[in-house]
Write a protein that binds this ligand. Structure first.
Ligand SMILES: O=C(O)C(=O)C[C@H](O)C(=O)CO
Ligand code: ZN
Length: 278
């Protein structure tokens, strides 16, 4: 488990490229037959990927030791979205089939969570976020059709995209975690522009569905002190509450966003006009 500390905006604006990448970019999310885990002090979100290929993968008791509990989800909730081939997630003996771009919410208290691929030649890739929880809400699978979706933007501003809200209060109750998947239409390159901050929630962006020789320039920083991170396929960016989070690709892409913090109101954003950005 890797630990990232919180970072003040005054510190962040002094950083060079390496420093920004060290603090905000998670370069490796998937590792075959293994899981990755980054523990972030910002709202204590945990970010990672589980990629079972030839064997099942469990997020086990060793994590419990690091978190100071007996097992991973003793005091946490978990949201998972599969971006790979079909897979199975067994939660305390009950098996959920989770296909491509389907999600599973696992409530606090699940003791055993085991991930498997249905076909090793098309392994499942389970991206996850986990947040501290105070009560147990029921486990639930969410398909793309069940997600609450909104298509925004226009071709003339290169930002036509559909936001699929999988784990939000309209779809199911959770303690604080919300997650969704935003797909850009062909020929569209910008996400979340005009951009926003949300003082009341932090956010993590996970970019995928990208060709090897493409990149997303992820925009970050305070609105009048912007920076960028060069992001490649299957990499994630931590976005503190004070930072904008937007991006422009050299080709279309898809990304998963996850938020934790004070409220779960998706539209509770502090919008920033493009003319005000510096
Ligand atoms: O394309 C978008 O716009 C998004 O997906 C925005 C994110 O969901 C977000 O930043 C929510 O606060
Ligand atoms: Zn946001």
């Amino acid at each position: 488990m890797h630990v990232r500390q919180s970072i003040h905006s005054d510190h962040a604006k002094q950083l060079d490229t390496d420093g920004l990448r060290r603090e905000f970019l998670i370069e490796k999310i998937f590792d075959a037959d293994n899981y990755t885990m980054t523990y972030n002090h910002i709202d204590r979100i945990i970010i990672g990927g589980v990629m079972p290929v030839h064997q099942s993968v469990t997020i086990g008791s060793e994590v419990g030791k690091q978190l100071g509990v007996s097992y991973f989800l003793e005091r946490r909730e978990l949201g998972v979205i599969n971006i790979g081939g079909p897979g199975l997630i067994e939660v305390d003996g009950k098996t959920w089939e989770i296909g491509h771009q389907e999600a599973l919410y696992v409530g606090m208290g699940a003791q055993s969570v085991v991930f498997k691929s249905s076909d090793a030649s098309k392994p499942a890739k389970f991206y996850y976020n986990s947040a501290p929880a105070h009560t147990t809400w029921p486990n639930k699978k969410i398909t793309l059709q069940e997600a609450s979706s909104a298509t925004l933007g226009a071709a003339e501003t290169s930002n036509r995209r559909t936001i699929n809200k999988f784990i939000v209060p309209d779809v199911l109750p959770t303690c604080q975690l919300t997650m969704g998947l935003t797909k850009l239409e062909d020929g569209n390159l910008w996400n979340t522009m005009p951009c926003h901050t949300h003082e009341r929630r932090m956010e993590v962006y996970f970019y995928f569905d990208m060709d090897e020789d493409t990149a997303v320039f992820h925009m970050m920083g305070q609105p009048q002190e912007t920076r960028h991170l060069l992001v490649h396929n299957e990499q994630a960016v931590i976005s503190p509450s004070w930072s904008i989070h937007a991006g422009v690709g050299t080709k279309r892409y898809t990304f998963i966003w996850g938020m934790v913090g004070e409220n779960q109101v998706f539209d509770d954003m502090d919008h920033v006009k493009v003319s005000e950005l510096r």
